[in-house]
Each structure stands twice: as structure tokens, then as C-alpha cells.
Design a protein around this ligand. Structure first.
Ligand SMILES: NC(=O)C1=CN([C@@H]2O[C@H](COP(=O)(O)OP(=O)(O)OC[C@H]3O[C@@H](n4cnc5c(N)ncnc54)[C@H](OP(=O)(O)O)[C@@H]3O)[C@@H](O)[C@H]2O)C=CC1
Ligand SMILES: O=C([O-])CC(=O)C(=O)O
Length: 433
């Protein structure tokens, strides 16, 4: 509970700080203009011309005024997006909100998003970066690097510390920021009030069809908290990232089989992004053949392979001195692309989603990694045609039990009563070992 109190204080401070500036934005004849209306000096820089500052209060009607996170530098300039949409056949601008935007994962991810490699080279984007008071300066540094990269598709960058401002009209919310575990800290203390705060903010101000991808650990239960606090957004739109685990599993199978990793398909990660996760070798394929026909060493599959995938993050931390950031960013790109491009025939991808209505018999009302397919419209369907054996099912039950225990632990954050926290002591994040 100490952690909860600390975070509440952190958020209140953030709210106070962000109320010191207020912005008005409007579209005039298809031209996107941003007007700065300082209330008090916030100490944040923002480049706008003095004409715009003077024109703003008169020109903008009260009902058109929306609170906005702060536009940054060159991204505050007036430009004619509508004309560019027409002349360059660009699609309509997509708003991508990112929390923990000054962190390591974001530092890789933001540049991939801005380059067009994620959503396509005809898709202009706006990046809405959420930090905290302590990271605001770093966030400005990130925005400066984005400016200097001259990405043609990056039309707006705004930075802020209030999720109610930063998540405004978000089409994607990539929730990467999370409290890191300190020495001696209980896993339960990581289950984060931020999920509740972010969920409420998304519910209030994001696009009704926003796709939410939770990366900050423990990501499955953080996603559940967020989802429960956002009843106006379809539960199906919430994901927790297990794509990095899928990629790690593919790499290990490829190594063992002596093939390049593009020959490995149909890999499912079942369950929690923790050391109880289940990399499924029963349904996976190598060169279109069942893995067990290619790798005959069942002991390796059940013990070494499974353990390697479950603990890959921790081994990397020992070598690198920090957790996976570049490969996590790549896996976020993979996860997003899997929702906006049709899944190749016969294949699937893993993502942790809400279990209600699942065809496997996994407990309802948790966020659990399962095999999915998409036709590229942002939505997905669970794959029905998968096999289970005792080994796989018993492992699935273990990871399911862990998620059910985590859920009880956050009842106070999901609106389901009093939290009872009795987590299995031996379960850990992939990075802890
Ligand atoms: N699901 C997955 O596959 C993976 C998940 N992860 C998880 O992703 C998260 C981010 O990793 P990474 O970018 O490397 O971490 P960093 O420490 O580099 O950045 C994380 C950001 O989180 C924010 N943060 C720090 N403390 C708190 C807090 N108490 N409450 C809320 N936010 C906080 C900070 O932003 P600010 O100062 O702006 O608040 C910080 O910039 C971690 O939780 C990590 O465990 C990592 C790898 C894989
Ligand atoms: O445990 C961590 O913080 C890092 C992590 O999730 C991973 O490497 O999979």
C-alpha cells in the first residue's frame, strides 16, 4: 500500500504541474494550427510565433478548445496536412500515445514509429509522449532528436505529464512506463496504480476504438487493471505484450533445428509474461512440419527450451546490465504490425488478451497470452484449431493460477472489492532470476 500512496502522490503532483499551462487547438479549413495560451510560466519551451499567441483567445471558440499536451518545437508550426493528404496520397493522421516515453524501450521504438516502418509509408502520425515531472527534461531531449531526424511522416509531437491531456484522441496507446522493481521489493508492489489512472484517462479522452498495448510489467495484470477502468473501450482492444517471448522461442527452436528463424511458425506463448509462461512446441512448426517431427529430443523441448524462453530476459540482464530494450521495441513493432496487416495463411501470432469467451477452457476474466489471427483491420480472432496434451495443459494451468492470484491482488484497482494478495512466491518476471 505504501507504493500506492507514493504513486497517488506522484500523480497528484503531475496533475498540479500540468495545470500550469493550457493550450487551445483547432482546425481551420483543414489546416492544423496550434495556439499557445500560457497561464503561468511552466518552464517548458515551445516554439510558436507571436502572431499565433495573440490570435488564439479570440479566434478559438470555447467549445472548440481542447486541452492538449504541449506540442514540441518544429511540430508546433502551422502546416497544411489536408493538402499533403491529397497530394501525397497519405492516410488520415494517426495519434500514437506512449507512456514511459523517456525510457529505454521507447528510445528505440519512437524512431521506428516515426520512420513509417510500423504503420506504413503512407501513414502520417502524431506522437503524444507521456512522462513525469522527473523525466520531462529527458522527454524534451527525445523530442529534439525526433525533430532532428526530419521524418516526413511525423507531423506532430507533443509532450506532457497528464494522461488526460496526452491520451486525447489516441488511436494507439503504448503503455511502456512502469515502476521498476527495487531491491527486496515484493512482486505484488509492482502491480501498479498506473493501470487504473491510465485506464480512466483512456476511457475519458482516447478514441473509442483505441488499441492499447501494455508493456510495463507485470504487463498482463496491468492490462487487466487498465481495461477494467475503461468500460467505454471494447475489452478486446487491450493487449499485453508477449511477442518478445514468441520471438525468443522462435530463435531457440531455429537454433536447435539448425534452420534460419523464418522457417519457424505457429509459435504460441500461453499465459503470463513471467517465468510461468508456456512456449508451445506441440503446435509450433518448422518448415511446415510439427516441431516434434524435426526436434526429436523431447527432454530438451520440455526442460531446456521451455526454461530458456522463460528466463531469457534474466540471462540478458546479467550480460547487458539492463533489460531488453531494442528487441522489446522490435517486438512491439511486430505486435502492432500483426494487427494492421493480414496474418499469413496458416500462421498465427501471440498476444495477451481478455479471456472471456475463449474456446480453450482457460478461466474467464484475465489477460492471457493466446494464439490469434488478424485480417489487418486492427482486430483479431483466437485460433480454434490447436492441440493440447497433458504437459501443455498442466503448464497452462500453472500460469493461469498465477494470473488468477495476481487478479485477486488488484481487486482494489479493478473495482472488485478488497485485494487479497497471496502470489506464488517462486514466480518472477522474465528479467528476474
Ligand atoms: N512485456 C515485455 O515483453 C517487456 C516488458 N518490459 C517492461 O517495460 C517497462 C519499461 O522498460 P524500459 O523502457 O526498459 O524501462 P526504463 O526504466 O528505461 O523506462 C521506464 C519508464 O517508466 C517510467 N517509470 C519509472 N518509475 C515509474 C513509476 N514509479 N511509475 C510509473 N512509471 C515509472 C519512467 O518514466 P517517467 O519518469 O516518465 O515516469 C521511465 O522512463 C518495464 O516495466 C519493463 O519491465 C521490458 C522488457 C520486455
Ligand atoms: O523483467 C523485465 O523487466 C524484462 C522483461 O520483461 C523481459 O526481458 O522479458
Amino acid at each position: 500500500m505504501a507504493a500506492v500512496a507514493e504513486l497517488t502522490q506522484y500523480t497528484n503532483t503531475a496533475r498540479r504541474f500540468s495545470s500550469e499551462v493550457s493550450y487551445a487547438s483547432t482546425r481551420i479549413s483543414g489546416r492544423r494550427r496550434l495556439h499557445l495560451r500560457p497561464i503561468r510560466n511552466s518552464g517548458i519551451r515551445c516554439s510558436v510565433t507571436s502572431n499565433e499567441v495573440q490570435a488564439a483567445p479570440e479566434a478559438v471558440k470555447a467549445e472548440e478548445v481542447k486541452k492538449k499536451a504541449e506540442c514540441y518545437g518544429v511540430f508546433c508550426l502551422t502546416y497544411d496536412l489536408k493538402a499533403e493528404e491529397e497530394t501525397k496520397s497519405w492516410k488520415k493522421l494517426v495519434n500514437i500515445a506512449v507512456s514511459g516515453a523517456a525510457g529505454m524501450i521507447s528510445n528505440h521504438l519512437l524512431f521506428k514509429l516515426a520512420s513509417g516502418e510500423v504503420l506504413g509509408y503512407d501513414q502520417p502520425i502524431a506522437l503524444k509522449l507521456l512522462g513525469s515531472e522527473r523525466s520531462l527534461q529527458a522527454l524534451e531531449g527525445v523530442a529534439m532528436e525526433l525533430e532532428d531526424s526530419l521524418f516526413p511522416l511525423l507531423r506532430e509531437v507533443s509532450i506532457g505529464i497528464d494522461p488526460y491531456e496526452v491520451f486525447q484522441d489516441a488511436d494507439w496507446a503504448l503503455l511502456i512506463g512502469a515502476k521498476p522493481r527495487g531491491p527486496g521489493m515484493e512482486r505484488a508492489a509492482l502491480l501498479d496504480i498506473n493501470g487504473q489512472i491510465f485506464g480512466k484517462a483512456l476511457n475519458a479522452v482516447a478514441s473509442r476504438d483505441v488499441k492499447v498495448l501494455v508493456v510495463g510489467n507485470p504487463c498482463n495484470t496491468n492490462a487487466l487493471i487498465c481495461m477494467k477502468n475503461a468500460p467505454n473501450i471494447p475489452a478486446k482492444n487491450f493487449h499485453a505484450l508477449t511477442r518478445l517471448d514468441e520471438n525468443r522461442a522462435k530463435c531457440q527452436l531455429a537454433l536447435k533445428a539448425g534452420v534460419f528463424y523464418d522457417k519457424v511458425s505457429n509459435v504460441t506463448i500461453w499465459g503470463n509474461h513471467s517465468t510461468t509462461q508456456v512456449p508451445d512446441f506441440l503446435n509450433a512448426r518448422i518448415n511446415s512440419l510439427p516441431v516434434k517431427e524435426v526436434i526429436k529430443d523431447t527432454k530438451w523441448l520440455e526442460e531446456e527450451f521451455t526454461n530458456k524462453v522463460q528466463t531469457r530476459g534474466g540471462v540478458l540482464i546479467k550480460k547487458w546490465g539492463r533489460s531488453s530494450a531494442a528487441s522489446t521495441a522490435v517486438s512491439i513493432v511486430d505486435a502492432m504490425r500483426s494487427l494492421v496487416t493480414p496474418t499469413p495463411e496458416g500462421d498465427w501470432f501471440s498476444t495477451a488478451v481478455y479471456t472471456n469467451g475463449n474456446p480453450y477452457g482457460i478461466a474467464d476474466d484475465i489477460v492471457f497470452s493466446m494464439p490469434c489471427r488478424s485480417n489487418g483491420d486492427g482486430d483479431y480472432e483466437l485460433v480454434k484449431d490447436v492441440e493440447f496434451d497433458d504437459y501443455l495443459w498442466n503448464r497452462i494451468k500453472t500460469t493461469e493460477a498465477e494470473l488468477l492470484a495476481e487478479k485477486k491482488c488488484v481487486a482494489h484497482l479493478t473495482g472488485e472489492g478488497i485485494a487479497v494478495c497471496d502470489l506464488p512466491g517462486d514466480t518472477m518476471l522474465p528479467g528476474e532470476m
